[in-house]
Ligand binder design. Structure first.
Ligand code: HEM
Length: 410
């Protein structure tokens, strides 16, 4: 029993684990997603997670392709007293867990008469739930807050709006159809309206596979860049240590095998960007616009040659190019799984409201996102003149419910 809350911690993490399992098994980022892979899609392009070999009895493979549409919602629980926060967290996670499972298995139309999704397929719906660090403190569980879940430091390039940052719980809903995403978000939030208030939310999208000449090609962002080329591959031995958290200690073992997601709302100054000549845009990133190849190299998959010089003796990849500063050489090998989505909310107050819904999944944000963002700022990333980091949050996404008792979350 927790002396502060008077309730069993096991209870919260039991609910949380179940929710995490839903997040994972219904095809969230770490989803056991065989069911999610659309027909004809190459599962190797999706995410296959196999943190541990068959020797420890864990189910080896979890995979999902990046969905075409997402909506990331951060909510705050309404309670203030630790015991009540604890109870609300447990209740909301349990309810979301239960309904997410149903949504995945049967679809919203079967659950809710009159749902907007009547006549639609499940569209690879995937629901992922996360917890903010402040929630654990508020619930009297500060000693169960893993060190990687510390608040992100302030970055030199931050232009953050507090209303677009943080949150007690994250709901990350993805699907191939935007109506399926919207209806699932509305349903899940409607269930907890009395206990949770939306703090911020952002829908994002990628190009539709149906319109892509090559659906397996790396997608482009709203700046026109091929974005997502350099990412840890699930087949690499280093993938697990880089993307999945390791927490053998009992207090934080609820996150052993989970992942920490950093979510950033990065507005793009698109008018300024497209005023630049295409060659200048290429030098900002250090890659070609036509095919995403590093400057001076031939193909998208070629490694950038950071030592190469042109005939005038200048670096082929400029000293302040984004890919130079973000490269493993500069960031002590910091790696994370970047899954970027575009957002486009039109214009607000005459200002373009569009950019990148940046999500990065890692074992530890201190050695992942934070290390890279610090290096981008230190080196004066040329991209900084064309983007504004306006929203920021980090959430713990617990691992799937583990059937192996030795690795059980509770
Ligand atoms: C609107 C903001 C951003 C845009 C438009 C952008 C765009 C790009 C592009 C086009 C690439 C090259 C292709 C690729 O490997 O994906 C890239 C690479 C990369 N970006 Fe960003 N990025 C943004 C923000 C960030 C942030 C916030 C981080 C992390 C703090 C980051 C980390 C990286 C990393 C690690 C690479 C791979 C570098 C390498 O090893 O070659 N990016 N980005």
């Amino acid at each position: 029993m927790s002396p502060r809350t008077g309730v069993s911690r096991r209870g919260l993490f039991a609910g949380l684990g179940a929710a995490g399992a839903v997040g994972l098994t219904t095809g969230g980022l770490l989803g056991a997603g065989a069911a999610r892979v659309p027909e004809g899609e190459d599962p190797a392009r999706g995410l296959t997670l196999s943190r541990s070999g068959p020797e420890d009895g864990r189910p080896p493979a979890l995979l999902t392709p990046t969905p075409a549409h997402v909506h990331v919602v951060a909510v705050d629980l309404r309670a203030e007293e630790p015991g009540e926060v604890f109870e609300q967290a447990r209740g909301v996670l349990a309810l979301w867990g239960e309904h997410a499972r149903e949504l995945h298995e049967r679809g919203l139309a079967a659950l809710a008469p009159g749902a907007p999704t009547q006549g639609l397929s499940p569209a690879s719906l995937g629901i992922t739930l996360g917890l903010g660090g402040a929630l654990l403190d508020r619930a009297g569980l500060g000693d169960r807050r893993p060190a990687p879940l510390e608040d992100l430091p302030a970055f030199a390039s931050d232009r953050l709006d507090p209303a677009l940052c943080g949150g007690d719980l994250m709901l990350h809903v993805g699907a191939e159809d935007p109506l399926v995403v919207s209806a699932a978000v509305e349903h899940l939030l409607g269930l907890v309206r009395d206990r949770a208030a939306v703090r911020w939310s952002l829908p994002g999208f990628q190009r539709a596979a149906a319109t892509a000449q090559d659906a397996s090609a790396t997608p482009r962002n709203l700046m026109g860049q091929v974005d997502g080329t350099v990412n840890p591959e699930p087949s690499e031995a280093a993938f697990g240590p880089q993307v999945l958290a390791a927490h053998p200690e009992s207090d934080t073992s609820w996150m052993d095998g989970g992942s920490y997601v950093v979510v950033r709302r990065v507005r793009m100054l698109l008018d300024d960007w497209f005023d630049l000549a295409p060659e200048a845009r290429e030098r900002v990133i250090g890659r070609r616009l036509s095919d995403g190849a590093p400057l001076g190299r031939d193909r998208e998959d070629d490694l950038p040659d950071l030592a190469a010089r042109d005939e005038d003796g200048d670096p082929v990849v400029p000293v302040d190019a984004h890919v130079r500063l973000a490269s493993p050489e500069r960031t002590l090998g910091a790696r994370m799984l970047r899954r970027g989505f575009n957002y486009d909310l039109g214009w607000r107050d005459g200002r373009r409201e569009a950019g990148l819904l940046f999500t990065a999944w890692q074992a530890d944000p201190r050695t992942g996102f934070t290390a890279v963002q610090n290096e981008l700022d230190r080196g004066g990333d040329a991209l900084n003149a064309y983007v504004r980091h306006e929203g920021s949050a980090v959430f713990a996404v617990p691992p799937a419910l583990d059937p192996h008792p030795a690795h059980s979350l509770w």
